[in-house]
Design a protein around this ligand. Sequence first.
Ligand SMILES: Cc1cc2nc3c(=O)[nH]c(=O)nc-3n(C[C@H](O)[C@H](O)[C@H](O)COP(=O)(O)OP(=O)(O)OC[C@H]3O[C@@H](n4cnc5c(N)ncnc54)[C@H](O)[C@@H]3O)c2cc1C
Length: 262
Amino acid sequence: MKIVVTVKLVPDTNADKRIDPGTKRLVRTGIETVLNPFDEYAIEAALQLKEKRNDGSTVTIFTMAPETGKEIVRKALAMGADDAVMLSDPKLEGSDVAGTSYAMAAALKKVGYDLLLCGTQSTDAITGEVPGMLAEYLGVPGLTYVRKLESDGELLKAQRETETGYIDVAVKPPVLISVTKSINEPRYPSLKGIMGAKKKEIKSLALSDLGLERAVGSDGAKTEVIALASPDVRGKGKVVTVADGAEGASAIVDFLKEKKLI
Ligand SMILES: Cc1cc2nc3c(=O)[nH]c(=O)nc-3n(C[C@H](O)[C@H](O)[C@H](O)COP(=O)(O)OP(=O)(O)OC[C@H]3O[C@@H](n4cnc5c(N)ncnc54)[C@H](O)[C@@H]3O)c2cc1C
């Protein structure tokens, strides 16, 4: 089984982030970039599946990111993935979710896959929309929010989280599955893994390899960020000092009446 894991490269969660007031986009230069933490769960799920199947299944990492992200992709390879493919092209800059998913889908058709594993969301744009759109562009079933995954002969058995419980689904590949953080505990790369990753292949794809039928990047964006603002700063809370519980209760009632909440 060819397992491909989509991995986003994101600014370090702890880094101070800045929005460019001109483009209204996140400034991604001069900031440490890391593997999207949610995608480490997808990589772990892929590796566990490969190890359990023990039938020559392979794990390929796929990212749409600038070429400068190559060394971060090596962390995914150090975890145990076999190889990686990067879709990198300056013309992709300014792609919105639809453009990103469209370009990724075209590249993934070239790469080929039986199982496509994604994280549930990124830690920068956090739309959680890419897996659904990707499945649509690829024309394969999309099982999102999966918390358990196992292979059973030709089938994959997945348990999806819903707001009210779980749904068990069996599916025949090709399929896209996005996994939640409940699915596993991602491994740390071993020293042997880190050394081995240096020799693993990272292939490059550019837009000219894809034969796209519509524009991507800023020209192809269907959405536009109109305005951005920080949340209002919360004022200081009101401290009421009272002699006893009864007086306190009455102070709370007065406060709620003043706010027209009762
Ligand atoms: C007008 C506009 C312009 C934008 N311009 C830029 C820009 O110039 N540069 C930029 O980086 N972003 C840009 N963005 C944000 C960009 O659209 C999103 O980063 C992108 O669509 C991914 O969405 P997300 O981060 O919400 O992913 P989510 O849907 O939250 O991610 C879910 C999963 O999808 C997979 N995934 C998502 N993105 C990638 C990826 N790139 N490669 C591999 N796997 C992935 C991962 O497995 C991830 O866990 C722009 C957005 C808008 C609206």
